[in-house]
Ligand binder design. Structure first.
Ligand code: SF4
Length: 484
């Protein structure tokens, strides 16, 4: 272990019936701030007769003991975004053990990864993992994979959802200079009810579930007992939580620090900003996505520009030092004049408070109302980025078109994209690599990326009502989009 770590399990594998290798396809530091990875680690180690050790990209062997993957009975991995598929495949290359994967990216569309792993769990990992490991324990030789999992060409599976959220009380701790240096991960809500039409979390993790105040108190007590000083609040829709102010109030009273995810500007008021400031937060992060009123209606994220600017002004008055704004380019029915409006909003924000802008290409997600939308062509993307850049003239970070292209392929394609991935993972996460292999395998990726199409994943989703609801949502978006 490169650094001193507390809270981990140090166990003798000979004493357990089932040994699980838990992979995070990324470096140790990033794995440490992955709540999903930590939840599974503690969950599995709390199961009778089962033990788990962690694997990351920058350590040889497991974090706990340096053992190799081959010394474990089964491999589990969480995939948060498509860029991690290749990393995982490199980590498990040549290893002859069953591999189960889960996480948001594969829950949106498990088809491309599924030919390359044993099975894919959809939805929340809690519940799924117990079921999977129970089957492996009871019958390690004869694997039909767990019924809750999607594998190979198996039909119709429903995603797993938890009904109640529980805080993770004990967590891994990195000790530096005698005290804990990493953050305590506090998930106050999971999922979202707002229904922004582009958002995978918003459509796959609905309804939202949240912690109760007494659970939060218990979690903060536990954080303090373990010596944590910083709390990282997690929740895709944290600002709508009635409990957010109470959490921050508790954090202030205990003299702890907090950091927060991006918040909806229309849910922010002076009291919330003041509490954030008192927890040490000096950056306000918002995701307006666009500055165009028409596109806000199209995407169903109706946050007024006035709300965004008001929140930033109040933050400035309270002593915040920076704002960070997330915008997208290539949203459905978007024109260059809409991009201009986004740049104008960013420019106004930057006049109020130093603002970093992250501009990304909209990548359609399976199972959302916008899954049929083609990816914006590269030349249009470049033109719109330059419109934004010219009219914003500030600190701008732009997403890489080629990477978004591969991401779109993995997020929208079917099994045939898995065949491309089977070859591509040894090379780079690069558009040209995927295009070359697709040509060789005679897979028409232009059709997947640039034409209107439904994702083939619908052939395996047992939810026709949802499919109709998404189509209706798209019609609503189109009615607004075509007005402009
Ligand atoms: S973009 Fe944010 S507010 Fe909208 S559905 Fe997704 S998580 Fe919810």
């Amino acid at each position: 272990m490169p650094i001193e770590e507390g809270g981990f399990y140090d166990r003798d594998p000979r004493l357990f019936d089932l040994r699980v290798a838990l992979i995070y396809p990324g470096p140790y530091e990033v794995a440490l701030s992955s709540l999903g990875h930590q939840i599974l680690y503690f969950l599995i180690n709390s199961m009778e007769g089962v033990m788990a050790e962690r694997f990351v990209t920058d350590l040889r062997g497991s974090v706990e003991s340096g053992r190799s993957l081959e010394e474990f009975d089964v491999i589990l991995a969480t995939l948060h975004f498509e860029g991690q598929y290749q990393v995982l495949l490199r980590m498990i290359e040549g290893v002859k053990r069953p591999v189960l994967v889960g996480g948001p990216a594969v829950s949106f569309n498990p088809l491309p990864i599924s030919p390359l792993v044993g099975a894919v769990g959809l939805g929340d990992g809690e519940g799924l993992v117990e079921e999977a490991l129970r089957i492996f324990r009871e019958d390690p030789e004869g694997s039909p994979y767990p019924s809750l999992f999607f594998y190979k060409y198996r039909n119709k599976v429903r995603p797993n959802r938890i009904l109640k959220l529980k805080p993770l009380l004990n967590q891994l701790r990195v000790i530096e200079n005698g005290s804990v240096s990493n953050k305590f991960l506090l998930e106050i809500s999971r999922g979202c009810n707002w229904g922004c039409r582009f958002c995978g979390i918003g459509w796959h993790w609905k309804p939202r579930v949240g912690l109760q105040v007494d659970q939060i108190i218990e979690a903060l007590d536990s954080a303090q007992e373990q010596g944590f000083r910083d709390v990282f609040i997690i929740g895709s829709d944290a600002a709508s939580s009635r409990t957010l102010k109470e959490v921050l109030g508790e954090i202030v009273n205990r003299g702890l620090k907090a950091s927060l995810p991006s918040l909806r500007a229309d849910q922010i008021d002076t009291e919330l900003l003041d509490l954030m400031r008192r927890t040490g937060e000096r950056m306000l992060t918002l995701a307006p996505e666009t500055g165009s009123e028409r596109i806000k209606e199209v995407i169903n994220k109706r946050i007024d520009n006035e709300d965004v600017l008001r929140a930033i002004e109040e933050a400035r008055d309270l002593g915040f030092r920076h704002a960070k704004l997330y915008f997208m380019i290539g949203l459905p029915f978007e024109s260059e004049s809409d991009v201009l409006k986004s740049a104008e909003l960013a420019r106004k924000a930057n006049r109020v408070l130093r603002t970093k802008v992250s501009l990304s290409l909209f990548v359609p997600k399976a199972g959302t109302p916008f899954e049929t939308i083609p990816l914006l062509r590269e030349e249009d993307f470049r033109r719109r980025v330059s419109i934004f850049r010219r009219n914003f003239r500030g600190d701008l970070n732009v997403s890489h078109y080629g990477r978004a292209f591969v991401q779109a392929l993995l997020s929208l394609g079917g099994f045939e994209v898995g065949e491309i991935l089977r070859v591509a993972f040894k090379r780079s996460f690069n558009r040209r690599v995927y295009e070359d292999i697709a040509r060789f395998l005679k897979v028409n990726i232009v059709k997947i990326i640039y034409e209107e199409r439904e994702t083939p994943w619908w052939n395996y989703v047992s939810d026709d009502m949802r499919r109709c609801a998404l189509a209706e949502e798209f019609e609503r978006a189109k009615a607004v989009g075509l007005e402009g």
